[in-house]
Design a protein around this ligand. Structure first.
Ligand code: BES
Ligand code: ZN
Ligand code: ZN
Length: 460
């Protein structure tokens, strides 16, 4: 994509095409101020002021844009995104409003994943000018974080294996002077046995690993961010059918969210001691793969009977959450493409949020709503814990019934989060199955902005 940094620029009165925002009510008054020819042009383009509609209107030697929005007084993140995608290369300014949150969609609307196209057919940049100069850096950082999630998720699994996720952690550590420790391959058997078990069947160049990045003043409250990095989920010996496997390159989407969030936190120099933990594996199949019926001894000491090798994300997260809990954190936030059940319950737009404390859940939900990144809470219902009982071990990794799959996965994770620790879990889809303005088909952040704004407010 074009360098996002340059897509929003300070308005110093330079030449730019005007964008007039109207809604259905304000449209008539606006049209009254136009020439008969311009009104005819609007009519010819069937413009009536509905959201995401726009028309190009000639004006002497130049032209301007009229675009429909729900409410010109209060813009959403997406209301300029279609313009950013479709207008010709050039500079634009909103004539009758401040773009505010719409700057985010202006940037993400221009996201294209072209790395594997022989020819880059994407158009040159559309620049948006704004008088809100003080907001440019913050909104650009957020949009860059979103584009990072998309790039990581969209990359093919051969090129986005555990080693590539490690390289991303290293890049982040370097950029912000954090400290990165990585435990790889058979060395995981000691401290991260469940990460090892899930990842051990993969080819050598996709060997499993656990990345642990620390940053910030140790005197500040500890914030742990954890992300599921299953770089490809074949299901393991409980192999997925073809259709279910097709998109499983995105099963490292949780890691993508965690990396992007960590980048925002460090760039803003929040007053936290950050621990980023990324368990990275490929859930592959070979003679050495872990099996249904195996019993794993976790980092925590709890034994886990494998009921289904496709419920692998909770295993690698279990060890990572145990490690996070050892730091006595003020808060743990994890992201994972954990269950198909979350998608069945909420669809692809709403990530499921689970949390121990109501106040924390409410803060994250409110931040999501306020930033066009809504999430929906699902319960950690105590009575469902027994679904994970095992005849031979302390617990099983999946239930033998089909009920409340997202909550049951959350309850599995809960066993590995230290007692009393404030914890938020996002079961995110990390994918946009159909394009919408500002959100092309493919990788997508879901829960990223909700978390970022909630965390920024908490540690302001
Ligand atoms: N990565 C999948 C979950 C998933 C599937 C996310 C489809 C988004 C779309 C996960 O590892 C998995 O396979 N979960 C199983 C759990 C089951 C075996 C208890 C599932 O959801 O079917
Ligand atoms: Zn799986
Ligand atoms: Zn998975």
């Amino acid at each position: 994509m074009s360098e996002p940094k340059a897509l929003i620029r300070p308005d110093r009165g330079q030449d730019a095409i005007a964008i007039h925002l109207v809604n259905k009510d304000g449209f008539e008054a606006f049209a009254k101020g136009l020439t008969a020819g311009q009104r005819a042009s609007l009519a010819a383009q069937k413009f009536d002021g509905s959201g995401y509609q726009y028309a190009i209107i000639p004006d002497g030697d130049t032209w301007f844009v009229v675009s429909g929005v729900a409410n010109p007084e209060s813009l959403s993140s997406w209301c300029l995104a279609k313009l950013a995608e479709e207008l010709p290369e050039g500079s634009y300014r909103v004539a009758n409003a401040e773009p505010g949150p719409a700057m985010f969609g202006w940037i993400t609307g221009q996201y294209r994943f072209t790395r594997y196209k022989s020819e880059d057919k994407s158009q040159g940049p559309r620049i948006l000018l704004t008088a809100q100069v003080g907001q440019i850096d913050a909104v650009t950082a957020e949009a860059e974080a979103e584009c990072l999630v998309r790039d990581l998720v969209n990359a093919p699994p051969e090129d986005m294996g555990p080693a590539a996720l490690e390289a991303e952690c290293e890049r982040l550590a370097k950029a912000h002077k954090g400290d990165l420790t990585v435990v790889r391959g058979d060395a995981l058997e000691q401290g991260y046995p469940m990460v090892h078990a899930v990842g051990r069947a993969a080819a050598r160049h996709h060997a499993p690993r656990l990345m642990h990045l620390t940053w910030g003043d140790p005197a500040h409250p500890v914030l742990a961010v954890v992300g599921k990095g299953v770089c490809f989920d074949s299901g393991g010996l409980n192999i997925k059918p073809g259709a279910g496997m097709r998109l499983m390159k995105k099963d490292m989407g949780g890691a993508g969210h965690a990396l992007a969030l960590a980048g925002l936190i460090m760039a803003a120099r929040l007053k936290v001691r950050l621990h980023l933990l990324i368990p990275a594996v490929e859930n592959a199949i070979s003679g050495g793969a872990f099996r249904p019926g195996d019993v794993l001894k976790s980092r925590k000491g709890l034994t886990v009977e494998i009921d289904n090798t496709d419920a692998e994300g909770r295993l690698i997260l279990g060890d990572a959450l145990t490690r996070a809990s050892e730091e006595n954190p003020d808060l743990i936030v994890d992201f994972a493409t954990l269950t198909g059940a979350a998608r069945v319950a909420l669809g692809p737009d709403l990530p499921a949020l689970m949390a121990r404390k109501d106040e924390t859940a409410d803060a994250f939900l409110a931040a999501g709503k306020a930033n066009d990144d809504a999430a929906w809470r699902l319960p950690l219902h105590e009575a469902y814990r027994e679904y994970l009982s095992s005849d031979v071990a302390d617990m099983a990794n999946s239930a033998s019934n089909p009920f409340a799959g997202a909550s049951v996965a959350g309850l599995f994770l809960d066993r590995f989060v230290g007692e009393g620790i404030d914890w938020v879990h996002f079961d995110t889809f990390a994918w946009s199955p159909a394009p919408k303005p500002g959100r092309s088909r493919g990788g997508r952040g879901l829960g990223l902005r909700a978390s970022w704004h909630a965390i920024r407010a908490r540690y302001a």
